[in-house]
Ligand binder design. Structure first.
Ligand code: ATP
Ligand code: MG
Length: 571
């Protein structure tokens, strides 16, 4: 491609609304342009990188035996009603009507459509197992679209769905996808971890997320410092504390705590540490149930763990009125002593003695509180958010916390959708059996963004070779110099013949600004064609990542560059 004839304009200024570096650089390098919140056009330079990821994904999916198809983006409501998700799915599902007032949605994921296809097409166990995938635009009306392609509303996803005769078969399909995902993200040149994940409201029994390590990641991940255990914080288990001999030095006593409501205020006022307090949360579930949850004062509630324990979809803190109704006191003074309510507690609370809690009375707390003596808990469970240093659930190691970007997700779905949509097959005995499913997603645009998040410097993007829109940029120092122009053009043609993807910067611009653009665009190799080098019969080859430069004899440049590209792609 000749730059002078290409559609590629770089920006000097960082767009004000771009918070993370990948979004800033994708805008500045002319890869994407915003059309509306969370909705982008992929400009030619950006699209090339998107297509590279898609290509790697297709190759590895095909290698793993998956088969490509393409489903519609617009999906009739009936299918979503059959699965029950029409009502369950929140506002992320964009529901629309056609001219006949028939209801549709823009597909945020395609379990319903694929299950409908398979229930029509598959009759016999002989047609199984089956893994079907597509690369397609999804729409999710995200509440806070941000970070460019990282969290868009319209975004390209590879989604695959496996169908098996039984659970053992589904486990094999899952393992195949897990391995294919490892290869995909390795080939993309990313540093990532596969972590155990919560299955959320998609349902199912087991899942892993593929997380690219990056400080800007929206997800917190824990991993053990000594074993392989890694999990999303939403799901991270914490080894329950060991029973300790109770230290009971104090008796229960009510003390005045005028206008001290928060853990910090009460701790400071009573000259105690936050971990000596018992935090009492009055929580309401989406099913309308009210429960009281106890945590050590310095801990945070993990909503997802609580939802799992209660079997609900969502929990929120009770309103001021409800707190008053349950405890008889304004918020800030709730406590379990004498409370007539369903009390759940984090495992750590079981061994708390000489503790401090609210007294269910304005401006009053109890000190000297002991769990078991002064109040009874219905259930103890792991309910808190993991923090760095917590004990690993699998070994004697400690948990570390880091941030990551979820680029891929594999789920075991069981029979959730096949049962709801009545997708079955006839087994070898002619018996009708329900299908076992799995689903597997990769965010294509998010993977490009994550790669840039991991590979950049002050001057711009540093594309890993496999994702680079062009592998080489040939920069003419002065395109008006006949010799320079001819030599650069000859090299350009030679590289094209060798199958190298090359951008020829033939623009009539100052060399300094061309070099700046080349750095910003992050093309892995740059060949500079200038009059001075030509006089000596050599061209300068520079590697974007290391910045290393070397002079290469004119006749050898083409072959050497092609070899370097091949080498980087096979690494
Ligand atoms: P998140 O937790 O980030 O909202 P998710 O768990 O809802 O994502 P999945 O349903 O697992 O997403 O979708 C599969 C993949 O699609 C994700 O792993 C991610 O790479 C990508 N993806 C999901 N939502 C978005 C989005 N809003 N913008 C870009 N990519 C997305
Ligand atoms: Mg996910």
């Amino acid at each position: 491609m000749r730059y002078s004839q290409y559609l590629l304009s770089t920006l000097k200024e960082t767009p004000a609304d771009a918070e993370v570096v990948s979004h800033q650089l994708m805008m500045r390098a002319g890869m994407i342009r915003k059309v509306a919140a969370g909705i982008y056009s992929y400009l030619p330079f950006g699209l090339r990188s998107i297509r590279k990821v898609e290509q790697i994904v297709r190759e590895e999916m095909n290698r793993a035996g998956a088969i490509e198809l393409l489903m519609p983006m617009v999906v009739p409501a009936e299918l979503w009603q059959e699965s029950g998700r029409w009502e369950q799915y929140g506002k992320e599902l964009l529901r629309i009507k056609d001219r006949k007032e028939a209801a549709f949605c823009l597909g945020p994921t395609h379990e319903e459509v694929i299950t409908d296809i398979v229930r029509r097409e598959v009759r016999s166990y002989r047609q199984l197992p089956l893994n079907l995938y597509q690369v397609q635009s999804k729409f999710r009306d995200e509440i806070r679209p941000r970070f460019g392609l990282m969290r868009g509303r319209e975004f390209i996803m590879k989604d695959a769905y496996s169908f098996d005769v039984d659970e053992a078969g589904a486990d094999v399909a899952y393992e195949k996808m897990y391995q294919a995902y490892r290869r995909i993200f390795e080939r993309c040149g990313l540093r990532f971890r596969a972590v155990e994940a919560d299955t959320g409201n998609i349902g199912g029994t087991s899942s892993h997320e593929f997380m690219v390590l990056a400080d800007s990641g929206e997800d917190a991940i824990v991993s053990c410092d000594s074993c392989e255990y890694a999990a999303n914080v939403e799901k991270a288990e914490i080894r329950p504390p060991q029973a300790a001999a109770p230290v009971l030095t104090q008796t229960l006593q009510k003390v005045a705590t005028p206008a001290r409501r928060t853990i910090e205020e009460v701790a400071e006022f009573l000259k105690a540490r936050p971990e000596q307090l018992i935090k009492t949360l009055i929580v309401q579930t989406d099913a309308g149930e009210t429960v009281t949850v106890l945590l050590r004062g310095d801990r945070e509630l993990n909503d997802i763990k609580l939802c799992r324990l209660l079997g609900c979809n969502d929990v929120e803190l009770a309103s001021e009125e409800l707190v008053k109704q349950v405890t008889g006191a304004p918020t800030g003074f709730a406590g379990p002593v004498g409370l007539k309510a369903r009390i759940l507690a984090d495992s750590e609370v079981r061994f708390m003695t000489d503790a401090i809690t609210g007294a269910n009375e304005l401006d009053a707390h109890y000190t000297g509180v002991a769990c078991g003596r002064d109040f009874i808990v219905e259930t103890f469970a792991d309910l808190r958010e993991a923090v760095a240093g917590d004990p690993c659930p699998r070994c004697s190691g400690k948990l570390e916390i880091w941030r990551g970007i979820e680029v891929g997700h594999v789920f075991k779905l069981g029979t959730k959708y096949s049962a709801a949509l009545d997708a079955s097959f006839l087994d070898a005995q002619g018996q009708e059996q329900v299908l076992f499913m799995g689903c597997y997603g990769i965010g294509i645009g998010r993977t490009v963004a994550a790669a840039i998040e991991q590979n950049n410097d002050d001057n711009g993007i540093i594309f890993p070779m496999p994702l680079a829109p062009f592998q080489v940029i040939v920069t003419m120092v002065n395109p008006n110099d006949e010799q320079v122009n001819q030599a650069a053009d000859a090299l350009y043609r030679q590289l094209l013949d060798l199958g190298v993807e090359v951008l020829l910067d033939d623009r009539d611009e100052r060399p300094g600004s061309k070099f700046k653009d080349a750095d910003l665009l992050g093309i892995p190799l740059r060949v500079t064609v200038g009059a001075r080098g030509l006089k000596e019969g050599a061209l300068e080859l520079q590697e974007r990542r290391s910045g290393e430069r070397e002079m290469i004899p004119l006749a050898e440049v083409g072959a050497l560059v092609a070899a370097r590209v091949r080498q980087a792609l096979s690494a």
